[in-house]
Write a protein that binds this ligand. Structure first.
Ligand SMILES: *Cc1c(COP(=O)(O)O)cnc(C)c1O
Length: 432
């Protein structure tokens, strides 16, 4: 018999206190478990594929701090490198040789990137890339897709994914109409809609930004020809193509989605994995475009802690570990076993679901599907997902607390971890 009652007294105490101290008791909305019901658990420590909460319960983790923990949490080599870096100080606010090392690694890995600028988060990277798109093309309008998330800057909070989708929020109050007037939206995978927007706004569109594989509206893959079509349309209209690879970069392949699908955008944003668990973001791309960034060029963007030695160190060590032969094959193998297994279990227990994976990124919707865009994703039975999520949690499996977030594995996840997860899923789904 599986033990289905976990003791979470301390988690509850700490979260109750947190609610008086911080809005919703959290530092980022999805963490509050609002869409799945029940109380969030409060973590004490993480290691490899596992997390331990403040009550001492152990879970197999499929959130991986939302993507960065691709080598497993607290990898001993990353921790050792950080210890050594720490001895030399935490921030210089001046050039540091480690920036060159990580910059070279990123440039060598990501096909579109010839020059890179480091920032402190994915949000910052996306804000800066938007300014750069506009500066370079001297045009103001951009196209984004419904359900795609590009951080929380005003201009992107239009039909956004992630927490905005999870909480079912309308576009956020506090975002002036004037800042989103130039943000045009289309359904993901709808090339015709993009074509129409380009025709209706001739010579006014700076570029198209997208998650090349969506992770912030649940896991949604690009249809055959979609990325190619966007590349052609942007060329045709003198606009830029920007891949937001904050999630997919170094995740679905070492060179990201652009390597996986063989489509080279003009600019790319990165984050998550390249910080190895420390706060980081980056944007990069064609040399002629990046040369517009200050102080090489006139487009202003800066950061007190940008390129700090700790984040650079964790990023460098993480990418080094990812370069080992077989890494991505292994990620693909364990994750396929998990994703296929979940679909199989759902079928056996009579639940209509759809889903899939690419490398160490996966997802499953409680709808028969197929899911090509956010509208399709919203047909999911989110109440059922909530019960599934809680059941899994009680059996020691930590999934993203939202139907509209992708899941992540690491190369610390073993076959046994997957088997244990599938056994728990069978148990939960039989009782849904
Ligand atoms: C996480 C994410 C962001 C935002 O990054 P933060 O570091 O949370 O600011 C932007 N774009 C995508 C695709 C993301 O997954």
């Amino acid at each position: 018999m599986v033990n289905t009652t976990i003791k979470t007294t301390k988690s509850q105490e700490i979260f109750a206190a947190a609610q008086n101290l911080m809005p919703g008791g959290v530092s980022s909305p999805v963490r509050a478990f609002k869409s799945v019901g029940g109380q969030p658990i409060v973590f004490d420590r993480v290691k490899g594929a596992y997390i331990w909460d403040v009550d001492g319960n152990q879970y197999i983790d499929y959130v991986g701090t939302w993507g960065p923990a691709i080598c497993g949490h607290a990898h001993p080599e990353v921790i050792a490198a950080l210890h050594a870096a720490l001895e030399k100080g935490t921030s210089f606010g001046a050039p540091c040789a480690l920036e060159n090392v990580l910059a070279e690694m990123v440039i060598n890995a990501v096909p579109s990137i010839e020059m890179v600028r480091f920032v402190n988060s994915g949000t910052e990277a996306c804000m800066a890339v938007l300014r750069l798109m506009r500066a370079f093309t001297k045009r103001d309008k951009i196209i984004k897709f419904e359900g795609c998330y590009h951080g929380h800057a005003d201009m992107f909070l239009v039909k956004a994914g992630s927490g905005v989708a999870t909480l079912g929020l309308p576009d956020s109050p506090g975002v002036p109409k004037s800042t989103t007037r130039d943000t045009l939206t289309a359904a993901y995978n709808d090339l015709e809609a993009v074509k129409t927007l380009f025709e209706q706004n001739r010579d006014e569109i700076a570029g198209v930004i997208l998650e090349p594989v969506v992770g912030n509206a649940g896991f949604i893959t690009p249809d055959a020809g979609f990325l190619e079509g966007l590349r052609e349309l942007t060329h045709e209209h003198g606009a830029l193509l920007v891949f937001d690879e904050v999630m997919t970069g170094f995740r679905i392949a070492y060179g990201g989605a652009q390597e996986k699908f063989g489509i080279t955008p003009d600019l790319t944003t990165l984050g998550k994995i390249i910080g190895g668990g420390l706060p980081v973001g980056a944007y990069g791309g064609r040399r002629d475009i990046m040369s517009m960034v200050a102080p090489a060029g006139p487009m202003y963007q800066a950061g007190t802690l940008s390129g700090n030695p700790l984040a650079m160190t964790a990023g460098i060590k993480t990418l080094e570990l990812l370069q080992k032969p077989g890494t991505y094959d292994y990620l693909d193998k364990v994750t396929k076993k998990l994703a296929d297994g979940l679909l199989e279990v759902a079928k056996e227990t009579g639940h209509a679901v759809c889903g899939g994976q690419i490398s160490g990124m996966f997802g499953m919707f409680f709808t028969p599907g197929p899911v090509h865009n956010y509208e399709d994703a919203k047909k999911s039975d989110t109440a059922k997902f909530g019960r599934f999520h809680r059941g899994m949690l009680e059996r020691g499996i930590y999934l993203a607390p939202s139907q509209f977030e992708a899941g992540f594995t690491s190369f610390a996840h073993t076959d046994e971890d997957i088997e244990q997860t599938l056994a728990a899923a069978r148990d939960v789904m039989s009782s849904l």
